[in-house]
Design a protein around this ligand. Structure first.
Ligand SMILES: Nc1ncnc2c1ncn2[C@@H]1O[C@H](COP(=O)(O)OP(=O)(O)O)[C@@H](O)[C@H]1O
Ligand SMILES: N[C@@H](CCC(=O)OP(=O)(O)O)C(=O)O
Length: 378
């Protein structure tokens, strides 16, 4: 059953670490980036009959920047690392853009920070942008915005960023490509007796004890950050595979259902996990009352809540806040993330989505609460 996780996945986040992208620090590994780009293009085009949406989270900016600046050793000063990342990021995205374009796929640079994704409004904005790019068949190439934060440079951990992105876009699977075939019972560089782990449950604390720090001087997170990232991805129902990035056709074989790498299965299903997250939000910032027609759309047809179905707005909330959706009798029938603030929502009540731009002077989304961001209570 679990081998179907990747086969069934339609939206996949792939993360490649510094040690792979930069060939252990010797500058960008053009052949490797070409290989991944070829495979990403095949997934996006649906060469096997199934089109997939893919996001690439790629490290390597610092290492490439060091090479471009002629620095042989990794600087100790954080601001020098940040400067190297800014220089190297140019080369990194340039290479993905060239390689993906050669395979007739568009790419987009997206630089994010953890703080961006912790902020509700930025979270929704990042989500909308990424989903739009995916719908356009473009591959977003994501890295940490190292200019404004330095945690990831210090700890060398894009694994967590990849998991946050997987949470953000509700990915079906998260693939972490690294310089090992997957997880072993101990660091294989230090312990030749280490046995390979084919499959486990994400979040199992035993895994954390097996994982050690990085084996190379380039990557810094090691296996532990990957195990913790898989646990985080599982929080929104996404399963993770850790696999060797140089394995022939690794991404294509995984999506064909081949059991390569270590599969860390999310114990809860995506929808169930989302529902749990929403229900854990006990502190609601407000609510909207909807008419009977909208109640039927939400409950019976699984549709989004459109402004036209709203009759009243209570409380003071911002875009991205969790709000209650109530029927005319005041009973909460759903809960979800508001696309518009309470002040805007008051203006939008009973109006068609086509009027949003005229009423607000801009248009974000046609829905007040998108069904993907909503839990209908039974
Ligand atoms: N239990 C383990 N199984 C596999 N690799 C491990 C384990 N514990 C530690 N490692 C080390 O983690 C390294 C991968 O992490 P890292 O160097 O940070 O890679 P990346 O740059 O891909 O993020 C491996 O090369 C390996 O030496
Ligand atoms: N964002 C930085 C550092 C991120 C990093 O080292 O992560 P990783 O090697 O994937 O654990 C870079 O691109 O160099």
């Amino acid at each position: 059953m679990s081998s179907r996780v990747l086969q069934d996945a339609r939206r996949i986040v792939v993360k490649v670490g510094s040690s792979l992208v930069t060939n252990e620090g010797r500058g960008l590994d053009e052949a490797a980036i070409e290989e991944w780009s070829r495979q990403l293009a095949a997934l996006v085009h649906g060469d096997d009959g199934v089109r997939r949406e893919v996001i690439m989270v790629s490290s390597g900016a610092v290492a490439e920047g060091m090479k471009r600046l002629g620095w042989a050793t990794r600087p100790k000063e954080i601001h020098e690392l940040q400067a190297a990342a800014a220089v190297g990021q140019m080369g990194l995205v340039q290479m993905y853009e060239t390689k993906l374009r050669n395979h007739h796929v568009g790419s987009a640079q997206v630089l994010l920070t953890h703080a961006d994704l912790a902020d509700r409004e930025r979270y929704l904005n990042a989500r909308s942008t990424l989903l739009t790019l995916l719908k356009l068949g473009v591959v977003p190439v994501i890295n940490e915005n190292d200019t404004v934060v330095n945690d990831e440079i210090k700890f060398g951990d894009n694994d967590t960023l990849g998991a946050l992105v997987a949470n953000l876009v509700d990915a079906d699977a998260y693939v972490i490509l690294t310089d090992q075939k997957g997880l072993y019972t101990a660091d294989p560089r230090r312990n030749p007796e280490a046995r390979f782990v084919h499959e486990a449950q994400a979040g199992n604390p035993d895994l954390e004890a097996m994982a050690g720090g990085a084996g190379s001087s380039i990557g810094k997170g090691g296996m532990l950050t990957k195990i913790l990232a898989a646990k985080r991805a599982a929080g929104s129902g996404t399963s993770t595979v850790i696999a060797w990035g140089r394995e022939q056709d690794v991404l294509l074989r995984l999506t064909r259902g081949e059991a390569i790498g270590t599969l860390l299965v999310a114990p809860t299903h995506k929808n169930q996990a989302r529902k749990q997250w929403m229900m854990d939000h006990l502190q609601l910032h407000g609510s909207v009352t909807i008419d009977d027609g909208a109640v039927r759309k939400l409950q019976g047809e699984g549709k989004s809540l459109l402004p036209v179905g709203m009759v009243a707005v209570e409380g003071d909330f911002s875009r991205g806040d969790v709000i209650a959706v109530c029927d005319a009798g005041g009973k909460e029938i759903a809960r979800g993330l508001a696309n518009y603030s309470s002040a805007e929502a008051r203006l939008l009540c009973k109006h068609a989505s086509s009027e949003v731009e005229q009423l607000l002077g801009y248009r974000a989304e046609p829905e007040m609460v998108h069904r993907d961001n909503m839990v209908v209570l039974s």
